[in-house]
Ligand binder design. Structure first.
Ligand code: PXP
Length: 253
């Protein structure tokens, strides 16, 4: 291995619940998916309990916490309702994200700088429960500084703009987005924050991100669950793991 720290893979199982909920009932079970992801090499499980419960339900969170021996990363908006659930479920970590009912997915990072006075006490209160706090932010120095001031231990850098750039054909845009992520990761690390990244990562775009040495965790969901239709969940997790490890050790990027 190079001098870089090992890179953890957090598997987001929200969209197993999306498929389950399309028919109601209990199948497919996101907890079973988490078990399978664990046996295939996932280092953690991530699930987003949305205010509208469009995929993950409260009881999924309880079961993930009680039945899966991996760290549970509870993604959520900073609301009183979620605060109560965290206090009951006590996950390993919370990742606070912005939430908008109309969006298909989390479209941008949290505006920590613009709501300092609200986010800081929220973060402090969750930390007081012994739960680690991560703030999901764009690769923007102002937001990272605000996350540090708020007392977060972790920032997760939103890689959605990089994903969008990868769908286009312009290499210069991809490079520019990657550079923003690199600089943001280095800056956050220099402030003493643990740095994660996620959103829109796939087999095709993960390696340049995985090669960024300051990153210690990637959280990946939609692509892995989608790809599992074709290759199975265990194989898709293993392939992502392999790509991440190769990027970390290979010196290609
Ligand atoms: N990290 C955070 C904070 C997210 O909100 C999401 C999407 O739920 C992800 C990672 C995973 O994104 P994707 O499903 O596009 O891999």
């Amino acid at each position: 291995m190079s001098g870089k720290k090992p890179l953890r893979l957090g598997v987001n199982i929200d969209h197993v619940a999306t498929i389950r909920n399309a028919r109601g009932g209990e199948h497919p079970d996101p907890v079973r998916a988490a078990e399978l992801a664990m046996s295939a090499g996932a280092d953690g499980v991530t699930a987003h309990l949305r205010g509208d419960r469009r995929h993950i339900r409260d009881d999924d969170m309880r079961r993930l916490r009680n039945e899966i021996p991996l760290p549970l990363n509870f993604e959520m908006a900073a609301t009183a309702e979620m605060h109560m659930l965290v206090s009951e479920i006590r996950p390993h970590a919370c990742c606070i994200v912005p939430e908008n009912r109309e969006e298909k997915t989390t479209e941008g990072g949290l505006d920590v700088a613009g709501q300092d006075n609200f986010i800081r006490p929220f973060v402090q209160s969750i930390k007081g429960m012994g739960v680690r706090v991560s703030l999901f932010v764009d690769p923007d120095f102002r937001q990272i500084e605000a996350a540090k001031r708020a007392g977060a231990e972790i920032v997760e850098i939103h890689t959605g703009a990089y994903h969008e750039a990868c769908l286009s054909t312009t290499n210069s845009r991809i490079k520019a987005e990657l550079e923003l992520i690199r600089k943001a990761a280095a800056f956050a690390h220099s402030l003493g924050l643990e740095v994660h990244a996620g959103h829109g990562l796939t087999f095709h775009n993960v390696q340049p991100v995985a090669a960024i040495g300051e990153l210690v965790e990637l959280n990946i969901g939609h692509f892995l669950i989608g790809e599992s239709i074709f290759m199975g969940l265990a194989e898709s997790v293993k392939e992502m793991r392999r790509l991440m490890d190769d990027a970390r050790t290979g010196g290609l990027y």
